[in-house]
Design a protein around this ligand. Structure first.
Ligand code: ADP
Ligand code: ADP
Ligand code: MG
Length: 501
């Protein structure tokens, strides 16, 4: 087993990884930028090393510096988290060459899946259905108009090296094709240093369903069922759940074995996610493989009762998977909301500043993966996601009710957050009925109307009362029990009711 692991990340994911290291008795080292000197992840680790500067390029993307630090302070392995260096094949290869274990798949697998054109070919080779599309030959897109016409409009232009929804263009008719290809190429070139694009049939109002996979170095591969992530703004997820209300047992088995088959074909090791879209007829199509731990991995952890980070570490040491497919079960339902410092009423622009009050909800079956606290500064340099609120319920209905309960008691003052927006999303009758698709948020623009303005005093009073209540208690109690005591949130309620759900 490793003695020390360097976490090459920040925010909630660095804190979450450090917690598992602590449980496993492994020393946790982190890196931090100047802006993050007092960040929560620094306090969560046993050792912290400075990366001079503030931008991602100067700090968390400095693979060379990070490997140097790992060597100098005797870390056995590096956990990259998600984002930053997590899908950087050259970084994974440099770790290997230096004798430091990269906790993730091989550089070859990262490279192969980082190219969406190649990934689709690999999927087809494994007998996995892919979205109908056309990649042309290298940079020659002269036949694009003919191919797009054959596929039928609308079509989507996508970047071969794409990620995070960047480099995508929806084209509704052939007159717009050429200009869209040009602008997608430009965006892809500057974002990924690779301007290759391809064309895909645009699937109308699909659901995003993905399968968690795990592979060890002994050839064993399992899947840990699905997550549905159809609630997206700008092709980025904000609400995720498992199981999906759209996935039957037989579809789950079919999609799960398709994902596992693809992983097995590639000799894939460690954790990964095979992303699919599901059309309205119930047909699923491969999108891509994310070769890392996913932001939304906690919903899988809550329904399977597994610690994915602990398993990633065990796989990286060479251990065999501790279970086989038949040992795995999905129990109950889990729902996650990404809490972001952003203004839903103003096109989701990030909100920057100091968090003056941070009072998250506590309760049984409520998990908070958080990267901030009172006094933290949200800067322009990094992603504005503050935390993830994840709840478990015996049924989907129960987890939705628990999520609403928790969101209503989540006080953040100082920066604008999407908490009230998320509350309105999960309360929406169509969401509750499980009728989701990837344009859900675009089609319900009124969800982002100006929220009811709860006066700061009401929030502070409720947060203080809540803190005092929690201080007198060793463990959190079930939400239902807590109503026995006067509910400090009653003061906030009346303002909230005006929010026009
Ligand atoms: P995921 O597929 O894990 O849910 P998204 O698709 O929402 O992630 O995000 C796209 C890319 O942006 C991924 O590479 C992910 O790692 C990165 N990313 C998302 N959220 C954050 C964050 N809070 N900090 C750093 N990187 C992030
Ligand atoms: P990224 O690497 O940016 O995550 P993906 O290929 O995973 O790119 O797609 C991200 C999102 O874009 C999907 O979840 C879905 O909402 C949408 N999308 C991608 N491809 C298609 C398609 N062919 N038809 C309709 N929507 C799509
Ligand atoms: Mg994706």
């Amino acid at each position: 087993m490793f003695n020390k692991i360097l976490i090459a990340n920040r925010g909630e994911i660095a804190v979450r990884i450090a917690q598992t290291l602590q449980e496993m008795g492994i020393a946790a080292a982190v890196v931090y930028s100047d802006a993050d000197r007092d960040a929560v992840h620094v306090g969560a680790a046993d050792e912290a090393y400075r990366l001079e500067g503030n931008t991602a390029a100067e700090t968390y993307l400095r693979g060379d510096r990070i490997i140097e630090i790992a060597k100098q302070y005797s870390a056995d392995a590096i956990h990259p988290g998600y984002g930053f260096l997590s899908e950087n094949a050259a970084f994974a290869a440099n770790c290997r060459d230096t004798g430091i274990v990269f906790i993730g798949p091989s550089p070859e697998a990262i490279r192969a899946m980082g190219d969406k054109i190649l990934a689709k070919q690999t999927a087809m080779g494994a007998g996995v259905p892919v979205v109908p599309g056309w990649a042309g030959t290298s940079n020659d897109l002269r036949d694009a108009p003919r191919e797009a016409n054959r596929m039928g409009y609308p079509v989507l232009i996508k970047a071969a090296a794409g990620g995070g929804g960047k480099g995508m263009r929806l084209v509704r008719q052939d007159g717009e094709l050429e200009a869209a290809i040009e602008s997608a190429r430009r965006e892809a070139g500057s974002a990924f240093g690779d301007s290759r694009v391809f064309i895909e049939k645009y699937i109308d109002r699909p659901r995003h369903i993905e399968i968690q996979i795990l592979g060890d170095r002994h050839g064993n591969v399992v899947h840990l069922f699905e997550r549905e992530c159809s609630i997206q703004r700008r092709h980025q997820k904000i609400v995720e759940e498992s199981p999906s209300p759209a996935v039957s047992d037989s579809l789950r088995a079919t999609m799960g074995s398709a994902a596992a088959r693809l992983a097995k074909t590639m000799g894939y090791t460690n954790a990964g996610t095979v992303e699919f879209i599901l059309d309205q007829m119930g047909q699923f199509y491969f999108l891509e493989v994310n070769t890392r731990l996913q932001v939304e991995h906690p919903v899988t952890e809550l329904v399977t009762r597994q610690d994915l980070v602990a398993i990633q570490i065990r796989i990286a040491t060479g251990e065999a998977l501790p279970f086989s497919q038949n040992d795995l079960r999905q129990t109950g339902h889990a729902l996650e909301c990404r809490i972001c410092a952003e203004d839903a009423a103003r096109g989701f622009v990030p909100s920057i500043g100091e968090i003056q009050v941070y009072s998250p909800p506590v309760g049984r079956d409520i998990r908070l993966d958080s990267g901030v606290t009172t006094g933290s500064r949200v800067s322009v340099y990094y992603d504005p996601m503050l935390a993830k609120l994840i709840v478990w319920g015996a049924t989907r209905d129960e987890s939705i009710r628990r999520m609403v309960w928790a969101l209503e008691r989540f006080a953040v003052l100082g920066v604008t957050t999407n908490i009230d927006y998320l509350r309105r999303v999960v309360l929406h009758p169509e969401f509750r009925a499980g009728r989701l698709h990837t344009h859900f948020l675009d089609e319900h623009p009124n969800l982002s109307d100006e929220p009811a303005d709860v006066p700061s005093d009401a929030w502070i009073a409720a947060a203080v009362a809540e803190t005092m209540k929690n201080n007198g208690r060793a463990t959190a109690t079930e939400p239902a029990d807590r109503h026995a005591a006067p509910d400090p949130w009653q003061t906030v309620g009346p303002w909230r009711q005006g929010a026009g759900v």
